[in-house]
Design a protein around this ligand. Sequence first.
Ligand code: SAM
Length: 461
Amino acid sequence: MSRSPLARFTALVERRLGLHYEPEQWDELAPLLFERSASRGVEGYLSLLSSSGSEAEWRALAERLTVGETYFLRHPAQLEVLVSKVLPSLAQPGASLRVLCAGCSTGEEPYSIALLCREQGKVDPSQLRVLGIDVNPRAIAHARNARYSTWSLRSVPVALRERWFQRSSEGFFLRPALRDQVLFEERNLLEEAPAFWAPASFHVILCRNVMLYFPPEVTRKIIARMSQALVPGGYLFLGPSETLRGISEDFELLRSADAFYYRRKAPAPATAAEPARTPVPETSAKKTPGPLPLPALEGLDSLLPLLDAERYAEAWTRLEALPQAAQPQGQLLRAVLHLNAGRFAEAALAGQQLLSVRDTEASAHFLLGVCLEHSGDEAGARNRYAAAARADPTFALSHLRAGTLARRAGNVAEARVALRMALSLLPQEKPLRLTLFGGGFGRHGLMQVGLRELQACTEVP
Ligand SMILES: C[S@@+](CC[C@H](N)C(=O)[O-])C[C@H]1O[C@@H](n2cnc3c(N)ncnc32)[C@H](O)[C@@H]1O
């Protein structure tokens, strides 16, 4: 059966730009397809998009389809740890410090880094190289122009604004000293570009609030590329509602105050090309896999510290050797291990088998929700999280995920209710559930995620 023009259009958009649309969202793209195909007809337009001469049209589509919401000093806790700890820990005399903002939109994020570095004075500005890339040509032109509105500057204290911006009737112009410290390039993250992503090209990559629009297989590919482009021990910052769980095992999760971020693990010593050169700026939220002394626990409980330490392969071997492996709780642990290894089909199958057992029903719904989310079915995932919350109304994490997805779907009222519920339940959430389903964030981290999500509900215009 031949697919509808809208289905083919959305598939082309996903393949080229990474942007994923659910079938129930396809109608939103109909006016755009109608408009862009007016001069040559839909069939002609779709074959143009598949042809090699479509560059200009894809640039036009990138301008229309990407979401460029950003502002100066966004997610300040992350910027603070980047500028006051991470960058100073990486700096070496005479060597450059290379920072990439991938999906930089109109430039507020890379300029914020340059501005804070100047303010804090812990990094020599002449060492700092900040590069912003984005697929949207208009955003890149705006970034290069460096003229901003009061809305973009809404989180910048007046004293900083006075120091770093020149006011004119057309807006606030960033002062040249800062503007010239940041370079911009139009670039698609999905494009193979071996020279750009060459090993050890960057010390730090920020890719915040970009990949939440991508399906997991696209995210996996991009993260793998970024991982290799980082120096060993280099750092990756994602947006607060983005995670590497099920995406990559190349990184360890770190936390400093309210900020979560990742550090690329050093290669195993036997194959290490270059040792990690950087001291740890803060305590790890997770321990690096290695010879970690584990508390002596019996039975299934003995697996939990292994899960906390992300030693999944060991946990799997130990689980298979336990007599309790066949019990529902053992099956649940097996399903979670599948999930953490990115084996979503196996995790979903195990989740289905657990649905009828009272003790595991809520967890099974949650697990199936995570699998659906990873397959890109956010509406289906929301239903599963709601079912998990019905099976156990105290299940804070199911309210948190349901709220996050509702917010993403633009259902702000529903999101607020679910997120408030999550925040009121999280302090009492069972430690076992935090280990199994918390994605490595811990209670405090999840509270922060919930608060940020709630805050984002008020940012929606
Ligand atoms: C919501 S903005 C995030 C801006 C900034 N990182 C922040 O957190 O404030 C997402 C940006 O990702 C860019 N983007 C989306 N798909 C992309 C792709 N395939 N390649 C490069 N940039 C992309 C969009 O153009 C948009 O400017």
